[in-house]
Write a protein that binds this ligand. Structure first.
Ligand SMILES: [Zn+2]
Length: 231
């Protein structure tokens, strides 16, 4: 946390991948002025989500998002695709009912996600760790979603993703670390940390031809717009 604040990263969301970790995230939100929380159930979680407990926890004042949730059709041995879709719709319903945005994980399920998002009127959110090309970016933007970019944009092979970073509307662009994963190229092999968000931010600013300060101002405004309680 000290490193993050020293690096200028002063608003963080700790997301949960199951009920225990979501509860930890809420505790962090109460312990640190810079932290807000996500209540989620990752698509690869083997357990059934306890929807009633998640709903109750998500009412906590520090919870700004339902996430991480989503679909992962590429991981071998995860829950069956149909079961993932059913759970996702249940979690989208909680978000809609509580008027919270969602943070959505996608691996190999972009079309199914668009279908599910479109079925929940009023649902708003962000595609976390966005890694697809512009055609898909456009479709998620068309349903009102934000795109969140991480260290993935620094990989040499990801030229098409850097094009998305350039073309994304300024008011729909978010940044994240996905720590402890998702490090920038220059830090491969060490655990990611919130302070390293600056690696991604520097490249985004360069690609968009703006200063780091201009990007930070826009990001702060975007985060507050989407994650409303995150003032
Ligand atoms: Zn994810």
């Amino acid at each position: 946390m000290q490193q993050a604040v020293a690096a200028g990263v002063t608003r963080l969301i700790a997301v949960g991948v199951n009920l225990d970790r979501s509860s930890n995230a809420v505790s962090l939100g109460h312990a640190y002025q810079e932290v807000w929380a996500g209540v989620g159930h990752h698509p690869l979680e083997p357990s059934e989500p306890d929807l009633a407990a998640m709903h109750a926890l998500a009412k906590d004042e520090m919870v700004v998002v339902i996430g991480e949730i989503g679909l992962d059709f590429e991981h071998v041995g995860g829950p069956h695709n149909d079961l993932q879709v059913q759970r996702l719709n249940e979690l989208f319903a909680i978000a809609t009912e509580l008027d919270l945005p969602v943070s959505v994980h996608n691996r190999g399920a972009a079309q199914e996600l668009l279908t599910a998002i479109s079925a929940h009127h009023g649902l708003r959110g962000v595609m976390h760790y966005f890694g697809l090309e512009w055609d898909w970016a456009q479709r998620f933007l068309d349903v009102g979603f934000y795109l969140s970019f991480a260290g993935l944009i620094t990989r040499p092979s990801r030229e098409a993703l850097r094009e998305v970073v350039k073309r994304c509307p300024a008011d729909r662009l978010l940044l994240e670390t996905d720590s402890p994963y998702g490090n920038a190229q220059k830090r491969m092999g060490v655990p990611n940390r919130p302070a390293y968000l600056v690696d991604t931010a520097e490249l985004v600013a360069e690609l968009r031809g703006i200063s780091l300060e201009q990007l930070a101002d826009q990001e702060r405004a975007n985060a507050i717009t989407l994650f409303q309680k995150m003032k």
